[in-house]
Design a binder for this molecule. Sequence first.
Ligand code: AMP
Length: 436
Amino acid sequence: MLFTDLKLSEPLLKAITDQGYTTPSPVQAQAIPFILEGRDMLAGAQTGTGKTAGFTLPMLEILTRKPFNSKAPRHIRVLILTPTRELAAQVGESVKTYGKYLPYKSAVVFGGVGIQPQITTLRNGVDILIATPGRLLDHMSQGTVDLRHVEILILDEADRMLDMGFVKDIRRVISILPQKRQNLLFSATYSDEIKTLCESILRNPAIVEVARRNTSSELVTQKVILVDCAKKSALFGHLVKENKWEQVLVFTRTKHQANKLSDYLQKIGVSAAAIHGNKSQAARTKALSDFKSGSVKILVATDIAARGLDIDQLPHVVNLELPNIAEDYVHRIGRTGRAGNEGEAISLVCVDEFDYLKGIEKLINRKLDREIIAGFEPDPSIMAMPIQQGRGGGGGRGNSSRPQSAKPQGQKRDGGSHRSEGRSNESRREDNRRGR
Ligand code: AMP
């Protein structure tokens, strides 16, 4: 199948050709015809599958069906909700890219940046609004956004929005939208919560499912290196230098650990930047572009911050710390080995994380090879300690060998103080801002 078979009009086909694409990806080939028919849709697709163009192209096509009058006031006809600022910005870029030969205006609104310019943009009129839920609610409560003319609602990465605690916000937004509208929901996973949301929003949806992104792709070599918690940063620095790695995305569970590793790497002369929910938007954008351009070799990220980042086909993904949610492991390693390129996913695992490792191996249905690196052999006398007590993966409070029961606390988002970001800061910060 070619894009020209998809009943898209000339301005869109031209923009697609400009991008150098000729063949729709599976999610595009399946989703575009349903969306053009006006159907609601539930699409199981992750970042990297081409899902953004999968909804952007038909959405733009639908807009062209009504005559466009440049003199008439513009109304928001399409609302796209995304969990993170980065994803909102990326979707905004796609809308611009594919809509470049069309007369529609789009705007992206998210927290962490001044609200006033957004108010001005909205007042001047936009046709397509891409927003994170928290900032959109800010605009709603200030009366600076008019959603009474929305024809299409798109929830991108709906599962992640629920993970981040946005369900009430989403429902509040939906409650003020016109009843008659088309709804498209994209989600990488299909939990009970997503099911409930779908049942309450979608009407007779078309269901599109594309293969999970390389869950156990043969192209990704996965292995575990056993090491003491306190030696993880040093081991990682050693691996970077030994193997002359030029571009590595490293995951940590906590923002604290992301900062700590990034600081350590810079100290030993390896260029690194951290990206997480406490970083300003400007700092995140800079870290990402430095990483993409190669001026920063190592990008250290938490799961939430990394979600939706348009970086893929990386040669190496390293888990400095295993995620406490087994599914996040799959998301993390999906950053490497894409589109026919080989990749390597390495997890540095200490005794505290053995239960997490077990959970991951159960999920991916395979046992990962274990390795030990000379000079970084784990000390067998060190006993496991619950992760929440904060020994941490890269040094934390040192090499405590206090005997403990080995159980890290449950594989849930709502763990203790050192839990992964989950709902926490990203959305809470949005909440705080909303109060202002
Ligand atoms: P997404 O899953 O939307 O984040 O898209 C992942 C990447 O695939 C982006 O860099 C897109 O520009 C690219 N892409 C989207 N559609 C196609 C296509 N039909 N052919 C090749 N690349 C594509």
